[in-house]
Design a binder for this molecule. Structure first.
Ligand code: FBP
Ligand code: MG
Ligand code: MG
Length: 337
């Protein structure tokens, strides 16, 4: 029976039992982080149900207004945001939230909460109405501001290496929760009739190499020259292209099968499109924990210093050997000068 060798727990164990065992094994003994992970899983179950029935319960389509990113908000972007904020408020462990869907810090009223959460409530919004996989991404920090006070920007701008937990929920052919607390990566599959997440992917290790690259082909001609050179070279080596357009779904495939996801700076988004706090950092933490790598073209993603809660960043992430080869290619001209 395949087990999570660090905890010795078999496939099929419930998320709750896994969290309990992790709490004692990895010393986050006071239980608040465990409860926070449970609150996120609970909100994920509710959002899963609403995504599945969106077309029946009037949740398809756009809200008609734009979020802080200037992107049109889909109804499910807003609903997912409401569900996660409510679950974190009621859970009591998070004192504040940064969400893709809201400009400012969201105060939960739990000023004694030890944690702050940055989240992308619904990732892959362009795919919502066409029944293609979408996701939720979350990142958790222990606050640095004093307990009992209002959280501050500093609590969110600690840098990717200060994350205590991160992960995603993938609403796909099956619904999965995949997360890390810095002790490896485990995946749980949601069993709808029992309403439970069960361990299905213990100790996920990303293949060192892969034969898939993932980027929006329409933008390639505007990619940095060396990135274009790298893509051309791996194509000639037989790499195939896969692009769902929902980062969580694309990353999950590459995490399990091997591959590289690229979202370079392009004229439309010169700083990259993806958001550092609730897309790049959490996925970089998770991919590194699975043996992969993540860069912005110059720096390791987790070492990028944040200065704004909705800051964007280029992202190259995936199988270690593929990302390393890309980094060497990007840095080659600099070495030659
Ligand atoms: O449409 P593009 O430019 O290819 O961008 C697709 C990327 O943008 C995203 O949709 C951004 O995330 P949101 O949907 O949360 O805004 C990623 O999931 C996806 O990889
Ligand atoms: Mg997103
Ligand atoms: Mg989103």
């Amino acid at each position: 029976m395949e087990t999570n060798n660090q905890l010795g727990l078999p496939v099929g164990v419930t998320l709750d039992r896994f969290i309990k065992r992790s709490q004692s094994a990895f010393g986050y003994a006071t239980g608040e982080l465990s409860q926070l992970l449970r609150d996120i899983a609970l909100a994920g179950k509710i959002v899963n149900r609403e995504i599945n029935q969106a077309g029946l319960i009037g949740l398809a389509g756009s809200m008609g207004n734009a979020n802080v990113q200037g992107e049109t908000q889909q109804k499910l972007d807003v609903i997912a945001n409401i569900r996660f904020v409510r679950a974190l408020k009621n859970g009591g462990e998070a004192c504040a939230i940064v969400s893709e869907e809201e400009e400012d810090i969201i105060y939960t009223g739990n000023d004694t909460g030890k944690y702050v959460v940055a989240m992308d409530p619904l990732d892959g919004s362009s795919n919502i109405d066409v029944n293609v996989s979408v996701g939720t991404i979350f990142s958790i920090y222990r606050r640095v501001s004093p307990l009992g006070t209002k959280a501050t920007f500093e609590d969110f701008l600690q840098g990717g290496e200060k994350q205590v937990a991160a992960g995603y929920i993938l609403y796909g052919t099956s619904t999965m929760l995949v997360y890390t607390t810095g002790h490896g990566v485990s995946g749980f599959t949601y069993e709808t009739s029992l309403g439970e997440f069960f361990l299905s992917h213990p100790d996920i290790k990303s293949p060192v190499n892969g034969n898939m690259y993932t980027c929006n082909d329409a933008y390639i001609k505007n990619f940095p020259e060396m990135v274009q050179e790298y893509i051309q070279r791996i194509r000639e080596k037989g790499c195939t292209a896969r692009y769902i357009g929902s980062m969580v779904a694309d990353l999950h495939r590459n995490l399990l099968k091997g591959g590289i996801y690229l979202y370079p700076p392009v004229p439309k988004t010169p700083d990259g499109k993806l958001r550092l706090l609730y897309e790049c950092y959490p996925l970089a933490f998770l991919v590194e924990q699975a043996g992969g790598k993540a860069f912005d073209g110059n720096h390791r993603t987790l070492e990028i210093l944040p200065n704004y809660i909705h800051q964007r960043s280029p992202l190259y992430i995936g199988s270690a050997a593929m990302v390393e080869e890309l980094m060497k290619t990007i840095q080659k001209p600099q070495e030659l000068t």
